[in-house]
Design a protein around this ligand. Structure first.
Ligand SMILES: Nc1ncnc2c1ncn2[C@@H]1O[C@H](COP(=O)(O)OP(=O)(O)OP(=O)(O)O)[C@@H](O)[C@H]1O
Ligand SMILES: [Mg+2]
Length: 383
């Protein structure tokens, strides 16, 4: 609430100098008084000064007080207007009240009565204005709350829709899973009959692994928000890298990128979650393939055991990363692949997963030459 220490303002409109100046003298100690000798001049002051009360003569040459009253109301519907009427002109006073005046005083006026009427009316305007301000504030607050509520509802329904989506996705995926198993079995039988393993069963194996990954990702999503994280188990990083590379190799072929892989003999065992580590490594390798596609470049993946940790290095000859981009690549939703289905979540997820496993990720890049991402993970002590 604003506290005004300034004097209230009163506007006096009267063509006769006598009453106008006597009102000024009378009100000066308690009010800032503005005067005008005709309606038009009065209206200008009204617009400019926003007085708390207007005292206007009814009978004036040019625009009359009644016409002036109508114009005053158009400019300020809430200012108190007191009409000065000629002695005994009760009918005119009534007419003025009907047209929106708040009070009237007959001329010649009594000083004490005049002070009382003005003080009452100034108070009325102020109360009205504070009320209007409060009402406006409440309205604004209401609008803001309604907007926030609508946004929250949208987010909630998005959450609900995603939950339903994840649930519904589970069904066809289970069917795909079943058929993949069936196909694998049939293939195995025909291989037994023919006595030779063929390439198709290897490809089917990769499909099977990736459908399993999808199922595990869905389960992970469904348990999102549950406090208990799934327990860490001994997992082989070397095996995960090899599986991820196998999984993405058709993508490399499609993009004309040469994909090389060098994995050490050690399993590189650590305590962790295999689904998480898989997606962390997958994101980095897919990025490298995407970056190298245009130049039909090379991606080299290596997995090398050091004393207490393992380094997974993904080196590409792609378009590289500028220093400005470098500062943002791990931020959620940062992507330079707009319109090409990039969400900008890949590296953010990777970094989060690695941190959960006490690991780290490092990047070296030269624009137009290529990039190297190095993932470092601590190994289980006793292997
Ligand atoms: N190997 C790379 N070479 C060049 N730029 C890269 C490389 N890896 C990441 N980037 C840059 O980092 C950005 C963020 O990568 P991130 O994996 O987080 O998202 P994205 O690949 O754009 O989208 P998404 O992973 O969701 O498909 C990329 O858009 C790209 O600009
Ligand atoms: Mg990515």
């Amino acid at each position: 609430m604003t506290v005004t220490t300034e004097l209230p303002q009163v506007l006096v409109i009267d063509d006769e100098m006598g009453p106008r100046e006597s009102l000024r003298m009378l009100l000066k100690p308690n009010y800032r008084v503005h005067t005008a000798d005709n309606v038009e001049a009065g209206l200008r002051i009204l617009r400019e000064k926003k007085p708390d009360a207007v005292i206007s003569d009814i009978r004036m040459p040019g625009t009359s007080g009644i016409e002036g009253l109508r114009k005053i109301r158009e400019i300020d519907p809430h200012v108190a207007v007191i009409m000065l009427t000629g002695f005994g002109a009760l009918e005119t006073a009534k007419e003025a009240l009907r047209l929106g005046a708040n009070d009237y005083i007959s001329k010649p006026f009594d000083a004490r009565e005049m002070r009382e009427v003005i003080s009452r009316n100034v108070e009325r305007t102020r109360l009205h204005r504070t009320g209007v301000n409060a009402a406006t504030e409440i309205k604004e607050l209401n609008n803001r709350l309604l907007k926030e509520l609508a946004q929250k509802e949208r987010l909630a329904s998005l959450g609900q829709a995603s939950a339903e989506f994840v649930h519904d996705l589970g069904n066809p995926l289970t069917i795909v899973w079943g058929y993949v198993q069936l196909l694998a079995k049939k293939l195995e039988e025909s291989e037994k009959e023919n006595g030779a393993a063929n390439q198709t069963s290897k490809e089917l194996n990769i499909i099977e692994q990736n459908v399993r990954l999808c199922r595990e990702l869905l389960t992970m999503w469904q348990s999102y928000g549950s406090v208990e994280a799934s327990p860490h188990k001994p997992i082989s990083v070397a095996q995960i890298v090899s599986e991820v590379v196998k999984g993405v190799s058709p993508m490399a072929v499609q993009n004309g990128v040469q994909l090389d892989c060098e994995i050490c003999d050690d399993p590189c065992t650590l305590l962790g979650e295999s689904v998480q580590i898989t997606r962390a490594i997958q994101n980095v390798i897919i990025n490298a393939l995407q970056a190298s596609a245009e130049k039909k470049g090379k991606v080299a993946v290596s997995c090398e055991r050091k004393d207490f940790y393992v380094d997974v290095r993904v080196q590409d000859t792609g378009y590289g990363i500028t220093p400005a981009q470098m500062a943002k690549i791990f931020d959620p939703y940062f992507t330079t692949k707009q319109g090409k289905s990039g969400t900008g979540l890949g590296l953010y997820i990777t970094k989060k997963v690695l941190e959960d496993h006490n690991g780290s990720i490092k990047v070296d890049s030269t624009p137009q030459v290529g990039s190297t991402f190095t993932i470092r993970l601590p190994l289980l002590n006793n292997n």
